[in-house]
Design a protein around this ligand. Structure first.
Ligand SMILES: Nc1ncnc2c1ncn2[C@@H]1O[C@H](COP(=O)(O)OP(=O)(O)OP(=O)(O)O)[C@@H](O)[C@H]1O
Ligand SMILES: [Mg+2]
Length: 345
């Protein structure tokens, strides 16, 4: 039996078995024809080659799809996301991480506002036996079966809270969290989730999802770029450019530093306003934690705007992984803790 945490975000899909992490951009597409494979092979930059066949469809997943697929699937719509995207996005890392037929106990998340609506649907999609083919870099195909025996779906920021509270063994790590009231702001690519962990209890009142993810800033920049270059740059192709602060289109370099600063500070102020309003009654919050990949990007803009004590982000942590780490620890606690007898694989 293997416990897996799976966080299918609009920006990145993250999975872990506690030892290894698989992280890829949440995009997939039709696998390209064989003659392209020669080129792929000789590409020294090639990192993760994620290629699967599911239900007779051949897919490139993540960065490979971004680079090589002619037709690509990417969405920012929650209903479409769950119904059409989760299967490919979930089975790909599971097939790459877990031995054939090994039963998987899975913890996955949904944004707070979609939790009730999509929870059962997500469980139904993921649970059960899923035959598929994994294709490696050399084009060698291997039949496998992903066997998901249990699925637990939790509200997304719950993962970050669990990650704070629990050790790698699923034990309570820091007793401080048992006595404190902590506000969590999870800024993702599309959504921002707000939640309060009040002495380990989850507070409905202080929890909400808004669409103030990083992609909002990306959209502003994409439309500016369309005006100046005439090219409609897909949002998921902007990550590197945003990181670098410039983009080259048709040979011409566009500087993004100023527009980026402006878009990020606007976004941060929208998020801070939402948080301060949502938590107006919760003035007894001990500390506020900023998480999610977008949280790391916006943290410098958010401090000063948010009320209360903000927990500093530990240098060197990839905040995109906070939820998935917590999902895994929670699964560990639920399914393996203190019961050696249950561990028969
Ligand atoms: N090392 C990194 N690599 C790529 N993006 C990063 C990195 N660190 C921070 N980011 C930022 O993280 C954002 C994605 O964050 P995250 O993975 O938490 O979103 P998500 O969970 O996919 O989205 P959502 O929660 O809305 O579904 C990117 O838009 C980027 O701005
Ligand atoms: Mg997320």
């Amino acid at each position: 039996m293997e416990v897996i945490g799976l966080d299918i975000g609009f920006g990145y899909t993250k999975a872990t078995n506690g030892q290894r992490f698989i992280v890829f951009k949440t995009v997939y597409g039709e696998a390209a024809e064989l003659q392209f494979r020669e080129q792929l092979l000789s590409d020294p930059e090639e990192e993760d080659y994620l290629h699967v066949e599911i239900d007779d469809h051949n897919y490139f997943v993540g960065e490979l799809a971004e680079r090589q697929s002619l037709e690509r699937y990417f969405t920012l719509d929650q209903s479409q996301f769950v119904a059409e995207f989760t299967k490919v996005l979930a089975l790909t890392p599971l097939a790459n991480m877990v031995e054939r037929q090994e039963p998987i106990k899975l913890v996955a998340g949904l944004p707070i506002s979609h939790y009730r609506r999509h929870r059962n649907e997500l469980i139904n999609i993921l649970k059960g036996q899923h035959p598929l083919v994994v294709v490696n870099k050399n084009g060698e195909r291997e039949d496998t079966v992903v066997r998901v025996s249990e699925v637990r779906v939790v509200p997304q920021p719950f993962g970050t809270v669990m990650n704070l509270m629990l050790s790698e063994l699923g034990e309570v790590r820091d007793r401080r969290f048992l006595t404190e009231k902590i506000g969590v702001i999870d800024v993702g690519f599309r959504t921002t989730d707000y939640t309060i962990a009040d002495r380990t209890r989850y507070s409905e009142r202080g929890s909400r999802t808004t669409d103030t993810g990083i992609s909002r800033a990306y959209s502003t920049i994409a439309s500016k770029l369309q005006e100046s270059s005439g090219v409609n740059v897909e949002l998921y192709r902007l990550y590197d450019a945003m990181d670098r602060g410039s983009i080259k289109i048709h040979g011409k370099r566009y500087d993004l530093k100023l527009v980026k600063e402006h878009a990020y500070s606007q976004l941060a102020s929208a998020i801070a306003t939402d948080a301060n309003r949502l938590w107006a009654n919760d003035w007894d919050i001990d500390r506020v934690m900023i998480t999610g990949g977008g949280g790391a990007v916006l943290a410098p803009f958010l401090t000063g705007l948010l009320k209360g004590e903000i927990m500093p982000i530990e240098p060197g942590t990839d905040t995109r992984l906070n939820n998935v780490r917590g999902y895994w620890k929670y699964g560990k606690r639920m399914w393996t803790r203190g019961s050696g007898a249950k561990k028969t694989a």
